[in-house]
Design a protein around this ligand. Sequence first.
Ligand SMILES: [Mg+2]
Length: 390
Amino acid sequence: MAVSPPSAERAILHVDMDAFYAAVEQHDNPALRGRPVIVGGTGRRGVVATASYEARAFGVGSALPTAIARQRCPDGVYLAPRMARYAQVSAQIFEVFRSFTPQVEGLSLDEAFLDVSASRRLLGTPMAMAAALKEQIRHRTGLACTVGVAANKLLAKLASGLGKPDGIMQISPEEAVELLAGLPVDKLWMVGEKTATRLQTAGIHRIGDLQRAVPALLSRILGNRAEPLRRLAMGIDERPVVVNREEKSIGAEETFDRDIDSLDAALAMLMRLTERAVVRLRDSNHLAAVVQLKLRQPPFVTHTRQRQMRPPSAETGTLYACGRELLEQWWQAQNEPALRLLGVSFELTEGQPQDDLFSAQRKPSGVEDQIRARFGDRGLVRARGLAKDS
Ligand SMILES: [Mg+2]
């Protein structure tokens, strides 16, 4: 991977759709516009995946148990997610992204980093590109997004968070130090719960405290992570935008606001990610030859586990079963199992999709996708996914 030029010379956009699942529902069904819409698990143990801005006014947001959401917002419209439909809209959004630059790093269905450094000559300033991109996404999908503009990923993501909803926000390197200073330390991507606790114990609560901290003290708390973290606190972030290679593998992953520390919750998340990835796998007309899991222990130790599929498959249940075994084995081998990030990806069969092999598996799955797109996941979500998080 090429080393990026100095951060000040880069132009990075962080694009994040506003209340994505809920916005898609409101777009597809005009009767829902202006109403509090909550998409998520509708079962007894379900949690909210996305709440529309109307619902957020009632104190309903992602990860809130649906039962509590119903108390806070009894007149809300509660919907089960329609992942196939969101994946469809996502594909449109990413097409727009790639019309601005090939350097697109998707973070989820509705969020990506774009390195538009090399597009400046052709497409104008980063701010102009951000405006054009918003316009094109609205034109193409009818949906609103927020674009953060900065010289690196850290600041671009911070900017989009500050610009929400339906905004464009730029953070210059000069503003960065002051802006960061007021934020809690756990807003930095390297700082998980444990690190945050350690920092807070040492009296470091805000990023400003980190900026001013004595290096020796930081080294004592953080070891060799002290210097990278101090640089992040100063708004310096040289991580490159890493293009997801979609031709060879297809996957879905998620980083969690709160670490997952129960196997049940991890399996529910795996089911959700598998379903999301399988939709795209089928769109590609390929089968999965290898199932790979990406497992990140907080704060950032990342493991991968993989297994060959014999025969290759595009069937959700089969692929989930394989991922499940890998996850359970990994989980049992850890001292204190916890996940900051979970990803599942499929390495695709080489060459052209084999029609005969595929059509046999395609039939039931295709029907399932159609039902899903039309009626939603409600009738189809597997018990495991419904239990916790979809
Ligand atoms: Mg979003």
